[in-house]
Design a protein around this ligand. Structure first.
Ligand code: KIV
Length: 267
């Protein structure tokens, strides 16, 4: 039986060159399935607001919602490392709020690490949380909580000056004590450069093949999110069609009086 994964295992993988696999999960049953497959890290992402809650972006997601979903994931007792996202407004106000909310995700929900978005400007926040012995995964590049500043979900770091700033962001979060960093929506050569510069693992999403690991949203790989389909998403299944088939058969059976039959009834 594989032992429980820790941040030390994840960091070791950078040294050995083994790619780190990360998927989002927000519930008990999908966590059970992906953990049995051997996923390394489960991210309870604030993407839950979009793919589960139906919002247009992640900004409305609350701490209570993150705690609810993280608890559901943790109840599946995954061997994977469980990282919970800090939602918008849970860490931007001041260091005290950031510490309390990171602590809530660990104490009330059972997360083993937290993730927050931003580079140089959140370095002090990362340090404050790491100083409480809570591991932090950083997240730079296309940071969805900054959608209004970025003017939409746009690839970041295409211009030299922007790329330079992202390199500085990556160094700042590493120096602040982050154990890993998500690189989202940046050119593959920039991701390759950052990955080579850092001693902590980089986890790419829309950042090309040279990162130390990859993360995708589970609903995207299952074909369960019709709202948007970024170029970087690879769909591995059409679960929507599978579910539609099952639901249609159920409706037809009930309408025809074929379900429930005696085999599904009590005598
Ligand atoms: O919220 C999320 O799911 C994320 C990943 C896509 C990196 O932040």
């Amino acid at each position: 039986m594989n032992p429980k994964k820790t941040i030390l295992d994840i960091q070791k993988m950078k040294a050995t060159g083994e790619k780190i696999t990360v998927l989002t999960s927000y519930d008990y049953p999908l966590t059970r399935v992906m953990d049995d497959c051997g996923i390394d890290v489960i991210l309870v992402g604030d993407s839950v607001g979009v793919v589960f809650g139906g919002y247009d972006n992640t900004l409305p997601v609350t701490m209570d919602e993150m705690i609810y979903h993280t608890r559901a994931v943790v109840r599946a007792r995954p061997k994977a490392l469980v990282v919970a996202d800090m939602p918008f407004l849970s860490y931007q106000t001041d260091l005290r709020d950031a510490r309390i909310n990171a602590g809530r995700l660990v104490k009330e929900a059972g997360a083993e690490a937290v993730k927050l978005e931003g580079g140089t400007h959140v370095a002090a926040t990362i340090r404050a949380i790491v100083d409480m012995d809570i591991p932090v995964m950083a997240h730079i590049g296309l940071t969805p909580q900054s959608i209004h500043r970025m003017g939409g979900f746009r690839v970041q770091g295409k211009k030299e000056e922007q790329a330079q700033r992202l390199i500085e962001d990556a160094k700042a979060v590493e120096e602040a004590g982050a154990f890993a960093v998500v690189l989202e929506g940046i050119p593959l050569r920039l991701a390759e450069r950052i990955t080579a510069d850092l001693s902590i693992p980089t986890i790419g999403i829309g950042a090309g093949p040279h990162c130390d690991g990859q993360v995708l949203v589970i609903h995207d790989i299952l074909g369960l999110c019709e709202k948007y389909s970024p170029k970087f998403v690879k769909r591995y299944a059409d679960a929507g069609a599978l579910i539609a088939g099952a639901v249609s058969s159920y409706i037809a059976d009930v309408k025809k009086g074929e379900f429930p039959d005696e085999g599904h009834s009590f005598s």
